[in-house]
Design a protein around this ligand. Structure first.
Ligand SMILES: Nc1ncnc2c1ncn2[C@@H]1O[C@H](COP(=O)(O)OP(=O)(O)O)[C@@H](O)[C@H]1O
Ligand SMILES: [Mg+2]
Length: 389
């Protein structure tokens, strides 16, 4: 075998693999966000307003797994950081205890706001106590209440130090009301006081829906932005732009068609395609159909591994039966239909259903319905029938 260190060859393509800009993988910022103009614009307005010390609107990004929620939040945080805002990031968790983790994270990340804090202001804070050179929470009362006053303190400090603060919270569906209610209440009050405190949230398509249904006041300031699959234009932008910018290389329309058809506009798969096209390029100036064919074969393997990895996480027994039945119903169905198909009572299937939700393999679009949380899983199961192996 050739040694790429010795002969300078590295892989099959003509483009430098080390310069490959595509970023397949959960949470990785793509070289270009295709089809996210509205989502990005919302975030930019928030960042600009915080920079100008104006209280912004709050935004909730929603979509299934792999559409780019985490990447979007990470990107906006970078931009906020560049604009000299203070950023705080939380990842919501299912446990009660995690509110404690959240509080610690906020306390740590907000520390720069407390630098050289004057004593008088320090005493007005509800949750934060400045003791000597350190800071800590005044009392470890009920998690929700302390959390709420902590957010309020951070917003107050943002105002007093004239530094905009952006808080991002990923996977908010995990924490549910426990975190969201106190968070949004405090943020809403901060906005009424014109404090430069911004909140960007993300979660599954039905995240926080109950708060809107309940008509909570603080939802007035919370904009919902749904992130779906990319349309052809979005796929084209996500593929063409990195090639043009990084390698001054043109991607043929037919190749974009192939990527769009092959990926279904699923952002995660679009990145896989981009990565493969780059690695397999045969002409540094153009990507043409034969390269797309080779890339397609490679992507297919990766996609198969991706689905297979998810399949392996399905618990055996009733959960497997449920998953197969769900695949047969096209990937989304009512629990009633599923239970009929597998001939199990509601009660008996409940733990299996719960485990699929907890593992993030499924989500519940509305009460009593179940759906896979990644596109294409149903057809992969029907094609490969992994339950029969
Ligand atoms: N608008 C987009 N265009 C192209 N690729 C994207 C876009 N948004 C995200 N991606 C890519 O999709 C993949 C999944 O993104 P991620 O943020 O983990 O999704 P989610 O948090 O919604 O599960 C990553 O590889 C990311 O680079
Ligand atoms: Mg994510």
């Amino acid at each position: 075998m050739a040694n790429p260190f010795e002969d300078g060859r590295d892989g099959g393509g003509v483009l430098d693999p080390a310069a490959n800009p595509f970023r397949p993988g959960m949470g990785r910022i793509p070289p270009d966000f295709g089809g996210r103009d509205e989502a990005l614009l919302r975030a930019k307005v928030v960042v600009d307003q915080l920079g100008a010390l104006v209280a912004p609107e709050f935004v909730l990004y929603r979509g299934v797994r792999g559409v780019g929620k985490t990447a979007l939040l990470a990107y906006v945080r970078q931009r906020a950081h560049d604009a000299d805002l203070l950023t705080i990031h939380l990842e919501a968790d299912r446990d009660d205890a995690s509110l404690e983790v959240a509080r610690e994270t906020i306390l740590r990340d907000a520390a720069p706001l407390l630098d050289g804090l004057d004593k008088k202001l320090g005493r007005t804070l509800a949750a934060v106590q400045v003791a000597g050179t350190g800071v800590r929470l005044r009392d470890k009362g009920p998690p929700g209440a302390t959390f709420e006053s902590l957010i309020a303190d951070v917003a107050t400090l943002a105002g007093r130090t004239a530094r905009g603060v952006l808080l991002t919270v990923d996977e908010v569906h995990e924490a549910g009301d426990l975190m969201l209610k106190p968070l949004l209440r405090a943020a809403h009050r901060a906005a009424q006081d014109e404090l430069p405190f911004g909140v960007l949230l993300s979660g599954l398509p039905n995240a926080a829906e109950n708060l809107f249904v309940e008509g909570q006041t603080y939802t007035e300031r919370l904009a919902r932005v749904d992130l779906g699959l990319l349309d052809r234009r979005g796929t084209a932008d996500a593929i063409d732009r990195p090639f043009a910018r990084v390698a001054d290389c043109h991607v043929d329309e037919l190749v974009v068609d192939a990527v769009h058809d092959g990926s279904g506009g699923y952002p995660w798969f679009v990145q896989l395609w981009g990565e493969a096209l780059w690695d397999l390029a045969t002409d540094p100036d153009r990507i043409e159909l034969p390269v797309a064919r080779a890339a397609g074969a490679r992507v297919q393997l990766r996609v198969h591994d991706f689905y297979e990895g998810r399949w392996r996480r399905v618990p055996t027994g009733r959960a497997t039966l449920l998953v197969v039945a769900l695949a047969e119903q096209g990937g989304e169905a009512g629990m009633g239909e599923l239970l009929e198909a597998i001939e199990v009572t509601h009660q008996a299937a409940s733990p299996a259903r719960r485990s699929l939700l907890d593992l993030g393999l499924c989500w519940s679009p509305t009460r009593g319905r179940l759906a896979f949380s990644v596109p294409g899983f149903a057809s992969w199961i029907l094609r490969t029938r992994p339950d029969r192996n």
